[in-house]
Design a binder for this molecule. Structure first.
Ligand code: UDP
Length: 332
């Protein structure tokens, strides 16, 4: 079975390609390298000792995408490609809507043309906004607080309309919680451009002395220690969830959303302290004001993914912290 992976050179995409190849799937990557490097393709091949087909193409480009579908016999698609920085989406909303919606619409049109109707879409827990209670189940009300999140929610809605219009589609909407960590090999991991926005990439840069100290955004939330609580999931566990989703869309028609998280919430302080302990490294920090738009706590109910996809995250927080640092040490 051949799977086309858009954004396959990115953080979650590259780990998913590794799991696909190790599971015996053939992989075709389409990535315009706007936020990744071509070298990732070689790394995926080194880890798996298998070949990957790579096309440097923008998913918004109908003609080029169409050619790929003409050349390759694609059975299913995992769609990762998209802009993903929350802050940037607030300052450049139109760029986010244009890119994330256009790429998805183009992809759907090309898939329809070639009668490929199995799709796994990278959504996000951000579609739950500030949840009224925890843990979050998939039937919670959906609302967003920034343009990035809105593109994810709009695409979910577009895909639901698509399925209503044509019941031959099989679509899994995967709502990711907070992916961190890296592949054990230290060859692939998270590599954000510039100063990171997310917690783990920031911690890693502080540990590596590339940044002087971490700012912890608020310690007056109603949480275990006052700092924000999130459901951090090892990217390799997350990648494995995609294999289960591919199995599901290959088997049954329909459209459904699944939370991919661990079901456990950790505070910022717990993450920082665990990171320092398992890596035996210092991460200086200071407490600062809350970051606008942040919520106090967020973690998944993983029951649906567990029951329907037969998937469960296995790696613990120690592993996530170790692997995140190992990737940086390895790529100094
Ligand atoms: N956070 C922090 N300092 C940072 C980045 C993040 O204290 O430099 C906190 C943030 O307030 C939140 C948690 O870490 O409570 C996770 O933030 P991240 O941006 O990684 O994910 P998201 O907020 O999108 O869940």
């Amino acid at each position: 079975m051949k799977v086309l992976v858009t954004g396959g050179c990115g953080f979650i995409g590259s780990h998913t390609c590794v799991e696909l190849l190790e599971g015996g799937y053939e992989v075709v990557i389409v990535d315009n390298l706007s936020n990744s490097k071509k070298d990732v393709v070689n790394k995926i091949e080194t880890i798996t000792n298998k070949k990957v087909k790579f096309y440097e193409v923008n998913v918004c480009d109908f003609k080029e995408l169409d050619k790929i579908f003409e050349t390759e016999q694609i059975d299913a698609v995992i769609h990762f490609a998209g802009y993903k920085a929350v802050g940037e989406s607030v300052s450049k909303p139109i760029m986010y809507y244009r890119n994330n919606l256009d790429s998805t619409l183009t992809l759907i049109e090309v898939m329809s043309k070639h009668n490929v109707k199995r799709l796994v879409f990278s959504s996000s827990a951000t579609v739950y906004g500030d949840p009224e209670k925890l843990p979050i189940t998939e039937d919670f009300p959906l609302h967003t607080t920034n343009p990035y999140g809105t593109t994810k929610l709009m695409i979910e809605m577009i895909l639901r309309d698509l399925y209503k219009s044509d019941n031959e589609w099989s679509i899994a909407l995967l709502r990711y919680f907070n992916p961190i960590g890296a592949h054990k090999s230290g060859l692939i991991g998270e590599n954000p451009n510039g100063i990171p926005n997310n917690l783990m990439p920031y911690i890693v840069k502080v540990a590596n002395k590339e940044l002087p100290q971490l700012s912890i955004f608020g310690n007056d939330y109603v949480t275990k220690d006052g700092t924000g609580v999130r459901d951090y999931i090892h990217v390799v566990d997350l990648a494995k969830g995609h294999i289960k989703a591919i199995e599901k869309v290959s088997k049954d028609r329909g459209i459904d959303a699944y939370n991919l998280g661990t079901g456990k919430g950790y505070s910022v302080l717990e993450i920082v302290n665990t990171f320092m302990k398992v890596n035996n490294v210092d991460v200086p920090y200071k407490i600062v004001e809350r970051r606008p738009g942040d919520i106090a706590a967020c973690y998944a109910s993983t029951e649906k993914a567990n029951k329907i996809l037969g998937w469960k995250a296995e790696l613990e927080i120690d592993e996530m912290c170790k692997d995140a640092y190992n990737y940086v040490i390895n790529n100094k």
